[in-house]
Write a protein that binds this ligand. Structure first.
Ligand code: S5P
Length: 350
């Protein structure tokens, strides 16, 4: 493979999706989670994903709480958190899911699975973290081949079927108990797995968050989604055009599970492609010098502005980490990124 270390520079907004509103795309999307995310973006006027690269659970939860109103996706690297609590009902993921429902954002575990099919299935569904249980979205590095995507798609489908079955069994057992005048208190696999669900849901064990749930949208659908790492922001990376094209092919083959890509430009090419493009490597110049050039981080990361990524490259969601979390006031900075990202989108579709 020859390296593709140059960022795409030309405009990439010729595909029909680049001119459509997120609301229209929500109606057309076939993946339920993509459709939900596009509606959430419309509701919150936000195309911002926070990359919450912090090292303790408290920092993560507190960022989620304070920046939640500005974002539509929160991206985790759970293995960066030194004290991640794996308890399914009271642990870090369960608490994050409650905050996600309160503010309305999806959880994206940036796991970059990259192994043979069998191993990625196990890493996704088993082990300590059981990522499939709490992350609405995850991603794959397709270097091992398309089988990694096929295997994750299969695991995602199986999980959803099992979950649906458990929920149905749980609901009918509850109804039966109600008819018998008994309290719904048995401990079953259903009640255990229900704890992973977002708050205030018939699926979440009946916890009532009242006013604390984001109004105007229901909770996220049960479906899980995958993003394929099709292009990277880092200098000198080896993801060449041939690799990127294979990622797009694989996405088309698994469009009931693949929501889109982590990429530096929209990869929608065929008329009916409806993939999302989520783009890291995004920073703004300082507020007091908006014409300044954005530089890399000195460790290979390259940055572009929301205007370039959304306005010219056709990205749908900007992923921002240090630009926000290292700012003097992350709440103000998140709002600045939200505004810039949204303005770039509005100009694009105008
Ligand atoms: O190409 C990529 C893909 C990803 S997922 N480049 C990236 O930087 N990322 C992730 O985005 C990276 O792992 C990190 O979590 C985030 C960027 O963080 P920032 O602090 O540079 O904004």
């Amino acid at each position: 493979m020859s390296p593709n270390n140059e960022h795409p520079t030309s405009s990439n907004t010729h595909h029909v999706t680049a001119r459509q509103s997120y609301a229209l795309r929500a109606e057309k999307a076939t993946h339920p989670l993509t459709s939900y995310l596009l509606r959430l973006m419309t509701l919150k006027s936000s195309n911002l994903c926070l990359s919450a690269d912090v090292s303790t659970a408290n920092q993560l939860l507190s960022l989620a709480n304070s920046l939640g109103p500005a974002i539509v996706v929160l991206k985790t690297h759970y293995d960066l958190i030194s004290n991640w609590d794996y308890n399914p009902s009271t642990g870090t993921a369960a608490r994050l899911a409650r905050i996600a429902r309160r503010h309305g954002f999806l959880i994206f575990e940036d796991r970059k699975f990259g192994d043979i099919g069998n191993t990625v299935q196990l890493q996704y569904t088993e082990g300590t973290a059981r990522i499939v249980e709490w992350a609405n979205i995850t991603n794959v590095n397709m270097v091992p081949g398309k089988a990694a995507v096929d295997a994750l798609a299969e695991a995602g489908r199986k999980w959803r079927e099992r979950k649906r079955y458990e929920l149905n069994v749980g609901l009918s057992a509850d109804r039966q108990r109600e008819r018998d005048g008994r309290k719904a208190s048995i401990v079953s696999i259903t009640t255990v797995s229900q704890h992973f669900e977002p708050a205030n849901s018939p699926r979440s064990g009946g916890e009532d968050f009242g006013e604390e749930v984001l109004r105007g949208i229901e909770e996220a659908p049960l479906e899980r989604g995958l993003l394929i790492l099709a292009q990277m922001s880092s200098k000198g990376n080896f993801m060449n055009k041939e690799y990127t094209d294979a990622c797009v092919e694989s996405a088309r083959e698994n469009s009931d599970f693949v929501m889109g890509f982590i990429a530096q430009e929209s990869l929608n090419r065929q008329e009916d492609d409806q993939f999302l493009c989520m783009t890291p490597g995004c920073q703004l110049p300082p507020a007091e010098d908006e014409d300044a050039e954005v530089k890399g981080d000195g460790k290979g990361q390259q940055y572009n502005t929301p205007q370039k990524l959304i306005g010219q490259m056709g990205a749908d969601i900007i992923i921002v980490g240090r630009g926000i979390i290292k700012a003097a006031d992350p709440i103000i900075e998140a709002e600045r990124y939200r505004q810039k990202g949204w303005e770039a989108y509005e100009e694009r579709i105008a």
